[in-house]
Design a protein around this ligand. Sequence first.
Ligand SMILES: Nc1ncnc2c1ncn2[C@@H]1O[C@H](COP(=O)(O)OP(=O)(O)OP(=O)(O)O)[C@@H](O)[C@H]1O
Length: 223
Amino acid sequence: MVAVLTMSGISKQFAVGGQIVHALTNVNFEINAGEFISVLGPSGSGKSTFLTLAGCLQQPTTGIINFSGKQLNDLTKQQKTKFRFDELGFILQNSNLISFLTVIDHFKLIDQLSHRKFNRFKATKLLQDLGVTQFTAYPNQLSGGQRQRVAIAKALYNNPRLILADEPTASLDTKRSFQVVDLLVDLAHAQNKAAVMVTHDERLIGKSDRVYQIEDGRMQQIN
Ligand SMILES: Nc1ncnc2c1ncn2[C@@H]1O[C@H](COP(=O)(O)OP(=O)(O)OP(=O)(O)O)[C@@H](O)[C@H]1O
């Protein structure tokens, strides 16, 4: 087994109005290449804090985060930005698409930023696999569900080693939700990716290799 992400003894505290909020307490987590892991938790339990730490978007108060043997705590701001772009695929609740770019232009932009030739075949295949065919539409011409599927395709486009999905099915109907989860599971298994999905929806965790639960900032494996 090849560990992609290891979080050891992670705690995160915030100072709010003279009080300390313990968002995460002594979290230990590991995900290997080829694994699909679900993290279940109610609102305010620490799920977003967990994902932002895993995604190198903020620093833990204590603890060590390793990505394929590299300590993320040690990276400079610039190195972190490059690391996120090269290695991570983020799927958020809201699609965060750029209003003045068409669907296909979002993929052209990713290739431009990477100084690569645009791979139209790869972009359209990914979109079609997710049920999106409106390649020349602008975000405001799509439904919320369609926008989210474009965002998922975007996250997968750079072929990331780790996929971090924050309630990725929040704006999708039941059928599409299961399709998206199936796609993430397939990606993990067939392409040896590590994928973490944070969700409150227990119906979606059936195909997970492992399930963690997070409550009041404490995380434990339940399955
Ligand atoms: N930047 C911050 N400053 C102060 N407190 C914070 C900050 N970020 C998170 N918290 C607190 O940490 C705790 C965990 O929050 P977090 O957003 O990680 O939970 P969550 O499970 O993602 O919730 P939700 O599902 O509602 O988004 C909460 O008590 C929250 O108020």
